[in-house]
Each structure stands twice: as structure tokens, then as C-alpha cells.
Design a protein around this ligand. Structure first.
Ligand SMILES: Cc1ncc(COP(=O)(O)O)c(C=O)c1O
Length: 407
């Protein structure tokens, strides 16, 4: 058990120890971790880090008075997000610590809206089963019920079954743009029409797609309508710390109408120190991630994000072609964006054994359960490692097949 040292150790020794600890990690800087982190260039990483350090000690909780700088940065980031994601003049938003917090706050807002506007005490949310667990986590914390409805064979939601799941306690429909498991965009326009007709809150989880899909569309790929401009959409989450390339601790929760934010706000007056008001789950909030988001977004602009989109889409094409040439593997379903699934079509090649073999070769590999497949989410640093990835993948498949034949 580690105990607090009696006396301190000098920084250079501690830094050495930190760096040594990292040696056991997967080598993300050379593209071996296609999940958990997003990396474009060393230059962009340095800008993100320097901006973060510049606001390392400021506190987002004090944005109202103590740190007008933080308020300005945050407002500009939110406004850039609204502009990018189809918000009109009435739109509003909040900078949060990540997808989970954005989703939590969207669900809390919908719950309090339903209690007030519809008199439903324990509201229910209906969503396709592919929606991120963060939605069920939030509902659990917030004492709400969730019904997760089945998908069609192409992994899109079965809208008939989604509608069948609606009952008198339903207050919210939740869908993804795209969902993480399969990279599929739920039909946001179709669900938006249902939500609008029946008077439900509709949240779009664009945590993955929010900062990638608009730029993939800008470079000419077809992307279905998914943002705040779609009729019926009330709120949308988009993570800056994913394809926005900001430091971790950065997401946006955006509302089609900022009036809704009154249901988001927490206000508490029974406290000797005075009234306490926050829009976020967090109280004290690091301002570093806000400054990093601001700096990265202003460094990249549309042109920089388009370049990233191009690198990702080219890499996906190369990956699809490379996998199709490996005997025993098949692409499950080409997706719109960065997520790709591939499986085995040879009984002698167990895809999880291939994943384990890749893991032994130093690749962090995502195993999809339904369908049984390997899951990969591309970002530029992974794209640069693609030739090595495909070489090791072919070798892993051959290894698994030969092990099976010799048994
Ligand atoms: C679609 C989707 N929503 C929400 C989340 C949760 O985001 P975070 O891990 O930033 O809380 C993720 C994470 O991968 C996601 O893919």
C-alpha cells in the first residue's frame, strides 16, 4: 500500500518515474491505440498543451466574475459549436467535461422539463440499444427508466419497435449520430418528426460525429441530416475531446432553444455562504480544457478539420481495401465516418484470436460483441500506422489459421 512520503522527492526523479510508468502503456503516439485518444500532429498537441497550461490554475466556476477570460473563451467555443452544428439565433449551450456529462445534463434537463411541462414524475426514455451506456448511467443516477429497442440487421434502429416502446410515461427519445458500436447514424429526421408530433424531448448524441461529420460532408461525402437544424431536435452533445482534438475534459451540450436551460440549472439558496448556481455537474472546473478547445478550434478552423476528415476517410478506404485482400476477413458494413467493423468469414479463423494475436504484437484492439468482430475507430495517427497494421493483421490471421490446422 502506498503511503504519503514523509519528505518529498525532487521533480526530476519524479518525472523520470512518471515517464518509466508510461513505458508499459500501448504506444498511442505511433498509432497503436485506435480508441481513448485522438492525435493529429505533434504541433497541434503542443498548441493544445500550451493553451491548457496557460489556464492551468483558473477555475471555470469563477467565470462569472473572477475570470472574464474564461467566460469569453467558453462563450466563443460554444458559439463556434452552435454555428457548426445547425443552431439558430435561439440556440444556447454549455461547455462540459465530456460526453458523459453532456448526456447527463441533457437527460436531467429533459427530466425536469417533463416534470414541469407534462407532470410526469418518473419519466421514461426510449432509445435504440446501440446508444452509449452513458445515457443509461445518467437515467440511473436521475431515477428515470430507459427502454432500449432492437436494431435491424443493418444496425439501424427498428423505428416501429421504437414507437411501440413509447407509453404514457415517455418524455424523451434519444438517438446517436453515429452510435459507437457500429458507426451508424440513426435516422434523426424521422425520429425528430415522431418526437415533434408526440411532444417528446429529442436528444441527439453526436459525441463522436459532432466534430467530424460536418467536415466529412464539407469534403463531399453524403452525411445524413443530424444536427440542431433538424426539426424536433431539442439538444445535442458533441465532444471536443474526441474529433474536436481538444484536451480531455471538453464537450458541448447544445440546445435548439436556450430557454430550455432553465431546467438544466441547479440553484441552491439554503446555504450560509449565499446562493449557489451552476449549469454543470461539476462545481470547480479546470479551465485548461476550455483554453485548449479554444486554441485547437482556432488553430484548425474549417480547413484544418477538413484536412483531418480527408486523412480519416482516405485511411478508411485503404483499410477497407487492405482487409478485403486478407483471406478470411470481411468488412461488416461500411459506415459513414471513422468507425469500421470487420469479422471472420472462415471457420478456422476466430476473430477474437486474431485480436489477441494483434494485441501480442502491441496493438490495442477493440472486440465488438454484437456482431462478433474487431472494432476500429480511425484518427490521423492511426492512419499513419495503417501499413504496419495491415501487415500485422495479415500475419495474425495466418497465425490463427495455422494454429487451428495444426491442432
Ligand atoms: C456516442 C458516444 N456517446 C457518448 C460517449 C461518452 O463520452 P465520454 O467518454 O467523453 O464521457 C461516447 C464515448 O465513446 C460515445 O462514443
Amino acid at each position: 500500500m502506498t503511503t504519503l512520503p514523509e519528505v518529498g522527492t525532487n521533480w526530476s526523479e519524479l518525472r523520470d518515474r512518471l515517464q518509466k510508468m508510461k513505458q508499459a502503456d500501448y504506444a498511442w503516439r505511433v498509432g497503436r491505440v485506435p480508441v481513448f485518444l485522438y492525435h493529429h500532429t505533434e504541433e497541434l498537441l503542443r498548441i493544445s498543451q500550451e493553451a491548457y497550461i496557460e489556464f492551468f490554475n483558473e477555475n471555470g466556476l469563477g467565470r462569472g466574475k473572477a475570470f472574464p477570460s474564461v467566460a469569453k473563451l467558453e462563450t466563443e467555443v460554444i458559439e463556434m459549436g452552435i454555428g457548426l452544428l445547425g443552431g439558430g439565433p435561439r440556440a444556447g449551450g454549455t461547455f462540459t467535461s465530456g460526453g458523459t456529462e453532456s448526456i447527463f445534463l441533457a437527460i436531467k434537463t429533459a427530466r425536469d422539463w417533463a416534470r414541469k411541462e407534462k407532470g410526469i414524475d418518473r419519466p421514461k426514455i426510449v432509445m435504440p440499444v446501440s446508444c452509449h451506456p452513458a445515457a443509461s448511467k445518467a437515467a440511473d443516477y436521475l431515477r428515470m427508466d430507459v427502454v432500449r429497442t432492437p436494431l435491424r440487421p443493418d444496425f439501424s434502429p427498428d423505428i416501429g419497435l421504437l414507437e411501440d416502446a413509447i407509453d404514457e410515461r415517455t418524455c424523451m427519445i434519444y438517438a446517436s449520430a453515429p452510435g459507437y458500436p457500429h458507426g451508424v447514424f440513426d435516422p434523426i429526421e424521422e425520429i425528430g418528426a415522431i418526437a415533434k408530433n408526440r411532444g417528446f424531448w429529442f436528444h441527439v448524441d453526436a459525441c463522436v460525429g459532432g466534430f467530424l461529420a460536418p467536415f466529412v460532408r464539407e469534403i463531399g461525402y453524403p452525411i445524413p441530416a443530424f444536427d440542431l437544424s433538424v426539426s424536433g431536435v431539442c439538444s445535442l452533445s458533441a465532444d471536443i475531446h474526441k474529433y474536436g482534438f481538444g484536451a480531455k475534459g471538453a464537450s458541448l451540450l447544445l440546445f435548439a432553444d436556450r430557454e430550455y436551460q432553465k431546467y438544466q440549472r441547479f440553484e441552491f439558496s439554503n446555504w450560509p455562504r449565499g446562493t449557489y448556481i451552476t449549469d454543470t455537474f461539476q462545481g470547480t472546473r479546470g479551465a485548461g480544457s476550455i483554453a485548449s478547445a479554444w486554441a485547437v478550434m482556432n488553430t484548425l478552423g474549417h480547413a484544418g478539420y477538413r484536412e483531418i476528415a480527408r486523412v480519416i476517410m482516405d485511411a478508411k478506404q485503404r483499410l477497407v481495401e487492405g482487409i478485403e485482400q486478407i483471406n478470411g476477413l470481411q468488412i461488416i458494413r461500411p459506415s459513414y465516418l471513422c468507425i469500421l467493423l470487420y469479422a471472420s468469414n472462415d471457420p478456422r479463423v476466430d476473430i477474437y484470436a486474431v485480436a489477441d494475436r494483434m494485441d501480442e504484437m502491441g496493438w490495442y484492439v477493440g472486440k465488438s460483441v454484437t456482431p462478433k468482430a474487431i472494432h476500429i475507430a480511425l484518427n490521423p495517427v492511426v492512419a499513419r500506422a495503417l501499413d504496419d497494421y495491415l501487415t500485422d493483421l495479415a500475419a495474425s490471421v495466418a497465425h490463427v489459421r495455422s494454429t487451428n490446422m495444426s491442432e
